[in-house]
Design a protein around this ligand. Structure first.
Ligand SMILES: *[C@@H]1O[C@H](CO)[C@@H](O)[C@H](O)[C@H]1NC(C)=O
Ligand SMILES: *[C@@H]1O[C@H](CO)[C@@H](O)[C@H](O)[C@H]1NC(C)=O
Length: 191
């Protein structure tokens, strides 16, 4: 009987709580051992042709006296991307995921092309099928190979609360169209 009353009180308390507050009690978080996983895959960023994986969705309406041109990557151009991720660099290499999001050409110095990426790189095969890593970072496209690094700020699924970085190397680029295949070497810290 007393147990029933206790249970009732508990229910009432919880209900009152959830009605009057938008927050729960703050308590120490359980600290889990962090793990590290390294990933290597290739991202295909195809701007040209009839079936591009990245499309320009906005650009600035100024020419800036010629210093900022209207090329595909001019300062202020914003792209939406749904870039395939593959195991190998080849066009027909096995697809293991997709990188979806946006990138904006963020440097006024067009000799030092820099994009800023806001993307979710998701995996659709293997151990990390259903998981993804979140990238929110400057990507200094013009930097030397080995120097190009982007930050991982989070993730989903097995990569929930991930952090880390990706070293990017251009595997192949068509200077005329801007189509590129990039090697992503990711170091992901996660729980
Ligand atoms: C910017 O847009 C306005 C309005 O459409 C247009 O009149 C103007 O010519 C544009 N400027 C440039 C530099 O394209
Ligand atoms: C990946 O996960 C989805 C959703 O759980 C599932 O439908 C699909 O078959 C999986 N693919 C592979 C290749 O395991």
């Amino acid at each position: 009987m007393s147990l029933l009353i206790f249970a009732l009180c508990l229910t009432v308390t919880v209900a009152a709580n959830s009605d009057s507050n938008y927050y729960g009690r703050t308590k120490p978080a359980k600290v889990k051992q962090e793990k590290v996983t390294r990933l290597r895959f290739y991202l295909h960023d195809i701007i040209s042709g009839k079936n591009p994986s990245a499309v320009r969705i906005a650009h600035a309406n100024v020419t800036g006296g010629g210093s900022v041109d209207d090329s595909a990557v001019g300062f202020g151009s914003l792209f939406a991307m749904d870039d395939p991720l593959t195991i190998g660099p080849g066009k027909n290499s096995k697809e293991i995921g997709n990188g979806r999001g946006m990138y904006v050409s963020g440097s006024k110095d067009i000799s030092k092309l820099t994009i800023v990426m806001y993307a979710d790189l998701a995996f659709t095969r293997g151990k990390f099928n259903g998981s993804s890593i979140s990238v929110f970072s400057r990507n200094p496209v013009a930097e030397e190979a080995g120097e190009r690094e982007i930050g991982i700020v989070g993730g989903r699924g097995k990569f929930r609360m991930a952090r880390g970085f990706v070293n990017i190397k251009t595997h192949q680029i068509d200077m005329k169209t801007g189509d590129a295949v990039l090697r992503y070497d990711a170091t992901v810290y996660h729980y």
